[in-house]
Design a binder for this molecule. Sequence first.
Ligand code: PHE
Length: 341
Amino acid sequence: MSNPIAEQINSALLEAESKLAAATCDADVEEVRIHILGRKGLLASLSGSMGALSADERKEAGIAFNTGRSRCKELVDAALLRIKSAAKTGDRAQFDLTLPGRRQPVGRKHPVVTVIDDAVAVFRRLGFIVADGPEIEDVFHNFDALNTPAAHPSRDPGDTFYFSDGRLLRTQTSPVQIRTMENHEPPVRIVAPGRCFRRDTPDATHSMNFHQIEGLLIDRGVSLADLKSVLQMFAIEMFGQGVKIRLRPHFFPFTEPSVEYDFSCIMCNGSGCSVCKHSGWLEIAGAGVVDPNVLKNVGYDPEIWTGYAFGLGIERIAMLRYRINDIRLLYENDVRFLEQF
Ligand code: PHE
């Protein structure tokens, strides 16, 4: 073939063919395509020199242009297809190893779950086993069996979520005490972590849905001193040797005597700060010696069996441990918040 333009096109096609055969990614193919078919590519620039040819040569060159263009398109399409199917079948050699990797987000435990797990682990070491109960409760287990008087304010529909059939969302994990004792002979030694619900107006320290860990120990000759020692141990396990505890007299229908259980403020070491409202102490739980009426309600003989119970506020502990100043942050599921734990 003596036509210089046709010759150039053919040799460019040969070169393109070998480059496309070696191409490993779309970008390699695109480079070849632009070089030949692009707006400033080989074909475009050669077409500018057609004017210098004779009529016959021009005809010959025209044919070379047309076949060159369509052949080049075929080669490009074939190369793209080959790369795509190689990627699908996992032929590593065909991957573009220069592309940045895709980071897989790693999930982690919610701080509330971490605190529950850690607290439960402490009680397991002390011989407690984990018990469970329903979040939808009946009035008997949530109130009556727990010796709660008929007129007690906590029963009010302004404080408790009731269903139309009279059942309710449990306001505390204490009904698990009743369910456990109904189904097991004494002695009993359980902890029961779980969700509770109260009709509270949400603010920095209140949520309508929060978590408690209930503890119940029933045995012979159990006293308030036993309760105090287990709460002391729990405080040290969770917050270290420096933490002190105190029990303040309180009232719960199902314990007698009843106490509130405070930690010395872990922010200021008891010297007084805004977190502990300058008292030096933080309220963590309600607790007490199990009321004989509760034992009677489940058929235990209060002349033989004694016990203590406690209900720890999980969110409270989580907020102290992680220095979280608003309980609502725990429930917004904002990944920027959750990633910090
Ligand atoms: N159930 C009580 C509350 O939610 C806490 C508590 C549990 C008190 C066990 C005494 C014994 O406030």
